[in-house]
Ligand binder design. Structure first.
Ligand code: KG4
Ligand code: ZN
Length: 339
């Protein structure tokens, strides 16, 4: 089954064609990130305006990349939430129009669930080649700009929330502390690049400057809002502090908390697989530490599928396989991972 995926929940405009939920035939992402880098964050109105300009060219490009015309498409998948309302509407209304014009079924997809499916792209059913599909039950950690969710996935469409952030998301913590350190937007790549340049020395043999909130708490919840206050206070008192060192400290604090809670979830729920997902899953330190500590099959998405893309949307749609009449598809900015 060949699915055209469409994703416009935040500042990307993306379209992809995926066969049987795993084989990516084309994948196009246009981002207005450079525009937002100038203002240090996303201006929703600006993002949606750019998306209106790019959506048709991006879909055309995805169709053309593999010589596909709409005749080869079986269904259309679209992100209907969560996200910015203006941005979501661009994708949803375009998908509904195409569904009506082409007489193709439409499958609405939850963006957060779809991040988990980045781990299914390029995988196969056969176990032989070491490239197998994740086996359920799986524990998933979805770490993005707006969400930090630990979930138990018993099957496709069977997701239970185990823990979530009580305030800022992990990606938001990277973005906000990056701004405090003057390292730019988006903060995750900026902090991790700066941290790479920091060398531990005898005088700085450990990275323990900032707190690890809720790390000893019994719950699987997270809290990252205190981190920016700590960083702010530290920077105010130590004007000449090294930015690379502070970036390494921030990254280590966030990664430590994410890994500790992930290990706890695996111990409690004994899954067969662990799936890392969302924009923050691009973080190499997080990947390295999970590889050291997670004792079940660990799935890390290909770097090109960590941030927002439409291939993961088409994959999620294939496995959930629930087409609805186009009249029933509505954008829902507040959707949660279990909706
Ligand atoms: O999933 P995503 O692309 O968009 C949302 O759905 O939110 O995630 C974006 C988030 C941003 O907060 C960004 O700073 C973070 O992912 N991010 C990273 C890295 N690359 C992107 N965080 C840490 N390390 C990275 N290398
Ligand atoms: Zn996302």
């Amino acid at each position: 089954m060949v699915i055209l995926g469409i994703e416009t929940s935040c500042d990307e405009t993306a379209a992809a064609i995926v066969e049987d939920g795993t084989t990516v035939l084309s994948n196009v992402v246009a981002s207005s990130q450079n525009l937002h880098a100038k203002t240090g964050g996303i201006i929703p109105e600006e993002a949606a305006r750019k998306q209106i300009e790019s959506i048709i060219p991006v879909i055309n490009e995805a169709l053309q990349q593999n010589g596909h015309s709409e005749k080869n498409i079986d269904s259309i998948a679209v992100t209907y939430g969560p996200g910015l309302i203006g941005s979501l509407l661009v994708g949803v209304e375009t998908a509904k129009t195409l569904s009506f014009m082409w007489s193709k079924p439409i499958i609405p997809v939850n963006h957060l669930v779809a991040h988990l499916y980045a781990n299914f792209l390029g995988k196969r059913q056969e176990v032989k080649d070491g490239n197998k599909l994740p086996i359920f039950p799986a524990v998933g950690l979805v770490v993005s700009g707006g969400h930090t969710d630990l979930v138990l996935m018993r099957d496709h469409g069977d997701i239970t929330l185990l823990g979530a952030t009580r305030d800022d998301a992990a990606g938001e913590a990277f973005d906000k502390t990056s701004r405090l350190l003057g390292l730019g937007y988006p903060g995750g790549p900026a902090i991790s690049a700066a941290a790479e340049n920091f060398q531990l020395t005898n005088t700085n043999s450990q990275l323990k400057l900032f707190p690890r909130p809720l790390v000893n708490d019994d719950s699987l919840d997270f809290s990252f809002s205190g981190l920016k206050t700590s960083v702010n206070n530290y920077v105010n008192k130590n004007q000449n502090a090294s930015k690379t060192e502070l970036a390494a400290e921030v990254q280590e604090a966030i990664v430590d908390v994410l890994v500790t809670k992930s290990v706890k979830a695996v111990e409690l729920y004994k899954p067969k697989s662990f799936l890392l997902a969302g924009g923050v899953s691009a973080n190499l330190r997080l990947r390295e530490k999970l590889q050291q500590k997670i004792k079940v099959d660990l799935y890390l998405p290909d770097l090109k599928y960590t941030t927002d893309n439409a291939a993961m949307i088409a994959s999620a749609a294939y496995f959930q396989n629930n087409p609805v009449p186009w009249q029933e598809v509505n954008a829902n900015p507040e959707l949660s991972i279990t909706d």
